[in-house]
Design a protein around this ligand. Structure first.
Ligand code: THU
Length: 127
């Protein structure tokens, strides 16, 4: 799947976001190296810190289905271009430093960065 289609997948789940506190809806779509796509949305909570972002929600879906090799993640939001937060950058980096992050305000205006560009000198425990 190309970057444009992956971004449109992220847009397609925006309405499923549960964001009654911020009213900022986020959708994410993960493309695995074997070609599957998993989506996620932000899910907020009365206890604000319990909120989960769309990016982690989508990655949890991929990992839960046994897919750990990730190629790219596209992020769409109700408020224009949105880059992953710091926690999500660390979460994405766990699964590879070359994972591509696709952002943009619409499918015809995309920006692509690798996670190592967005999270330089990232922390990783030696296994
Ligand atoms: N949010 C995401 O889903 N992804 C990000 O990378 C940034 C923030 C969500 C969390 C919260 O529900 C809302 O956006 C406002 O912060």
């Amino acid at each position: 799947m190309d970057d444009r289609s992956l971004f449109m997948k992220a847009q397609s789940v925006l309405d499923n976001a549960y964001a009654p506190y911020s009213n900022f809806k986020v959708g994410a779509a993960v493309l695995t190296k074997s070609g599957e796509v998993y989506t996620g949305v932000n899910v907020e909570n009365s206890s604000y810190g319990a909120t989960i972002c769309a990016e982690r929600s989508a990655i949890l879906a991929a990992i839960s289905d046994g897919k750990k090799e990730l190629d790219a993640i596209a992020i769409a939001s109700s408020g224009g271009e949105a880059y992953p937060c710091g926690i999500c950058r660390q979460f994405i980096y766990e699964f590879g430093d070359d994972i591509r992050i696709i952002t943009g305000k619409d499918p015809d205006n995309l920006n692509v960065h690798t996670i190592k560009e967005l999270l330089p000198n990232a922390f990783r425990l030696k296994k």
